[in-house]
Design a protein around this ligand. Sequence first.
Ligand code: DQA
Length: 146
Amino acid sequence: MAKKQRILVLNGPNLNLLGKRQPEIYGRLTLEQIGKKIRALAKELGVEVEIWQSNSEGELVGWIQEAPKAFGAIVINPAAYTHSSVAIRDAITAAGIPAVEVHLSNIYRREEFRKHSYIAGAAVGQISGFGVQSYLLGLRAAVEQL
Ligand code: DQA
């Protein structure tokens, strides 16, 4: 499939724990189960997806740097790095392909420190608070950007 029709879905730290991590906030689906829903929608929309997770900021930066070689857009849940990482923001800007920021929880209804996203200024837009639907809406938004 042409790289334009391929979307990279990136997940930041602790998202490997989904399902057992604060289910009252993040829901009961594991990242694997969320991935299945993303893949099903991707099939429907006629795009290919790769879904990767890392607990390391440097690894995420490396993947974003390489992304334009193989992907037309990025959907990213930067998790805690949302609120701390200038490096991930700069990598997205440098990559130059559209990125959609997604969050399972509504980051504006939680602690003060979660209300600021370093990533938002580099993303096309942000979807926050819809649980697994945030990823699915994010994928639809990313496909529109291809
Ligand atoms: C999150 C929100 C972040 O504040 C938090 O650090 C996460 C998950 C979300 O998907 O709601 O790890 O990105």
